[in-house]
Ligand binder design. Structure first.
Ligand code: IMP
Ligand code: MG
Length: 360
């Protein structure tokens, strides 16, 4: 663990020095991504070992989940104690904040943790693929009612802290912010937050991309005789199961890979960023992705960096996963269910309260 932490520090030093190609870890693991911060892996191992008895096991070797949780702990440790203050926590919706397809209700155990972040002057951005073009935000207000009501009713949060609640919907398409005057989410005009690279997209290309995605998905539905219905939205095309039916994982993966390949080699797919992913029971191709969603929030909030941002999500396997792209814009933790989100946020706040000195 200490050796790996050292390799990560070596990469950070080389990146800072303008010699990224000399980082040892890039030679050992050419596909490795960029690390935004050091990771105190040794300390994190001890924390997880105390919970999971990893070193006491004799027959079962350290698993994927052991490693995932050690990395998560290490990441929240540095963010809590880093030299640069953590300023933004972005969270995925389905599977991260609530069960797949469900809503964030008043009784959710994650609500007190989100309020704790706001209380510590950390912005909370819900970055979800779920895209609803209606600028009244009715559907987001309905699905996120638990946290919106909790923020409105809070007597401890300051008005500025309440304004720290934001929602980026459709990956990077629709921004809403909590308004103290209105006591709910209010649509923020695209002109106020859109990144130059997104502003340069031509509407004709966007629709061309969606046309192509619709064609590929419809053809898969027909050829594979899927129990699904193709849906076209303003900024997305998807296939959702017919009422009472189910599409199996292999079919969903086939649709994602088919759409991904066809689009990435198309002229419009080279111009417009898109995200094709398997949502567990459905498949979507969205215009934009969570990298752009997180970057837009960072910029809108005054220039927050990747080192000051944490994205919490469940979809990080590289093929057909939508949180994966956020890895390019922010530090990340990979959770497996909403219960783990509560745990990791609790851990983060605990480390923030204990302060810097204990971990670094
Ligand atoms: P996330 O986990 O919060 O990013 O939400 C992903 C889920 O939102 C998908 O699995 C879909 O079930 C649902 N969803 C609803 N509308 C859309 C859309 O327009 N694009 C992508 N996903 C959508
Ligand atoms: Mg999710």
């Amino acid at each position: 663990m200490a050796d790996i932490a050292e390799l990560i520090d070596d990469q950070l030093a080389h990146d800072l020095n303008g010699t990224p190609e000399l980082a040892k870890i890039r030679h050992l693991v050419p596909s490795v991504g960029t690390f935004f911060t050091s990771l105190p892996l040794e300390q994190a191992f001890f924390v997880q070992d105390a919970k999971r008895a990893i070193s006491s096991r004799r027959l079962v070797s350290p698993s994927f989940n052991d490693v995932r949780l050690i990395l998560n702990t290490a990441q929240v440790m540095t963010l809590a104690g880093g030299e640069e203050r953590l300023q933004l926590v972005t969270l995925d919706g389905d599977v991260t904040l609530y069960e797949d397809g469900k809503s964030l209700t008043a009784d959710s155990p994650v609500i007190p943790e989100l309020l704790s972040l706001l209380q510590r002057d950390v912005h909370v951005g819900i970055v979800t693929a779920a895209g609803y073009a209606d600028t009244s935000g009715a559907k987001y207000k309905e699905r996120l009612a638990g946290i919106i009501d909790a923020v409105r009713n809070s007597s401890t949060l300051t008005p500025e802290q309440k304004r720290g609640l934001l929602v980026m919907g459709g990956e990077s398409n629709y921004l809403f912010r909590y308004s103290v005057e209105q006591g709910t989410l209010v649509y923020v005009d695209q002109a106020e937050w859109v990144l130059p690279e997104m502003a340069a997209w031509e509407e004709g290309d966007v629709q061309g991309l969606l046309d192509l995605a619709e064609e590929v998905i419809s053809s898969c539905r027909h050829v594979m005789n899927l129990n699904g219905e193709v849906i076209r939205k303003d900024r997305a095309v998807g296939i959702i199961p017919l009422p009472g039916k189910k599409m199996v994982r292999e079919d969903l993966e086939e649709v994602v890979l088919g759409a991904q390949r066809r689009l990435e080699f198309s002229a419009v797919g080279r111009k417009i960023h898109f995200c094709a992913f398997n949502g567990g029971s459905d498949v979507w191709v969205d215009v934009g992705d969570k990298r752009l969603g997180v970057l837009s929030l960072q910029r809108y909030l005054g220039g927050i960096t990747g080192r000051q941002t944490l994205h919490v999500g469940d979809q990080f396997a590289s093929a057909g996963a939508n949180d994966f792209k956020a890895r390019l814009a922010a530090c990340t933790v990979w959770i497996a269910d909403p219960g783990e989100t509560v745990e990791v946020l609790r851990e983060l706040c605990e480390y923030m309260d204990k302060g810097h000195a204990r971990f670094v």
